[in-house]
Design a protein around this ligand. Structure first.
Ligand SMILES: NC(=O)c1ccc[n+]([C@@H]2O[C@H](COP(=O)([O-])OP(=O)(O)OC[C@H]3O[C@@H](n4cnc5c(N)ncnc54)[C@H](OP(=O)(O)O)[C@@H]3O)[C@@H](O)[C@H]2O)c1
Length: 284
């Protein structure tokens, strides 16, 4: 299949390229090749290239910065996604787009189903929710894939941050009252390949790794698997004031497709593949 991947040099984008290049004809672009906030360029370039599928992994992902740069976040995560939807609709292409657990308010301990009402509690979540709405309004062939707590070899992430901090500190405080599903970019990319290859029904999918955990429990497992002895202290979110509020329970229930591997097994594969944990590519 002829596929255009946008945000191809981002954390998820890099693994999408790796996984999909074996079976598909890829054009892999990032900001340097196409600024998705430029509507004219988006419509012009996509109608010229004529991909059968556009996969958008481009986004403004700095959650705290979105609070002060809301306009930019809305431009990239909201309106630009609408331009991609328009461009896909114009040529009959399918759009795969990634969204987030942060479109929900995090008050539902049972987790969130795919058709649940969105109610974001921070600026990033609001900008991503707008992107979802514009796709549904402008495009008939789409997959919105919500993911959460993402990590992968191609970008700054929680696993690498923990391992890096442990090199200089004997004790770490980690938040214990936010629950979610850590998700590995390789597993997301494999699920995307499965969605494409099996022509799943269009719509919203929740594709986190299986299981739920707090950041503290996630950190404990990272150090256990890495064989690092460190004193970890569970703390409340209130002890770590951040510019953006975080949802307390942002578990995404996957009711529409087979479950992805469990989060512990995914972490083991990540650590094995990347035992020394690359230094973060950029800070967020
Ligand atoms: N990271 C997470 O924990 C997480 C959780 C849930 C959902 N998601 C979603 O998963 C997707 C992938 O996230 P990620 O963490 O892989 O993102 P990422 O590493 O931040 O990569 C995003 C890429 O998009 C590029 N980009 C930014 N603005 C652009 C523009 N105007 N035009 C074209 N490209 C642009 C960035 O380039 P520059 O680096 O040059 O800006 C970067 O290469 C996003 O939709 C994100 O919202 C992420």
């Amino acid at each position: 299949m002829k596929i255009l991947i946008l945000g191809a040099r981002g954390m998820l984008g890099q693994d999408l390229v790796k996984v999909l290049s074996a079976e598909h004809e890829l054009t892999a672009w990032d900001l340097a090749e196409l600024d998705i906030t430029n509507r004219e360029d988006v419509l012009g370039v996509i109608s010229k290239l004529k991909p059968e599928l556009v996969i958008n992994a481009a986004a403004y992902t700095a959650v705290d910065k979105c609070e002060t740069e809301f306009e930019l976040a809305v431009k990239i995560n909201g309106h630009a996604v609408g331009y991609l939807a328009e461009a896909c609709e114009a040529i009959g292409a399918t759009l795969i787009h990634f969204s987030t657990d942060y479109v929900f308010n995090g008050q539902k301990e049972a987790g969130y189903d795919e058709d649940e009402q969105k109610d974001p509690i921070n600026a990033y979540g609001r900008s991503k929710a707008l992107g979802e709405d514009l796709i549904q309004e402008k495009c008939s062939k789409f997959y919105i894939c919500r993911i959460a707590w993402l990590y992968g070899a191609g970008g700054a992430n929680f696993v690498d941050t923990m391992l890096k901090l442990s090199k200089t500190q004997d004790m770490l405080k980690v938040v214990d009252d936010q629950i979610g599903s850590p998700t590995y970019t390789i597993d997301v990319s494999n699920k995307v390949a499965e969605i494409i290859n099996n022509s799943y029904q269009y719509g919203i999918y929740h594709i986190p790794n299986d299981g739920r955990v707090s950041w503290y429990e996630f950190a404990s497992e990272i150090f256990r698997q890495a064989g690092i002895d460190i004193f970890l202290v569970p703390v409340a979110t209130a002890e770590f004031p951040r510019p953006a509020r975080r949802p307390s329970f942002s578990v995404l229930n996957n009711n529409k497709t087979s479950k992805l591997p469990g989060w512990k097994e995914a972490l083991a594969r990540y650590l094995k593949r990347n035992p020394n944990a690359n230094p973060p590519r950029r800070t967020k």
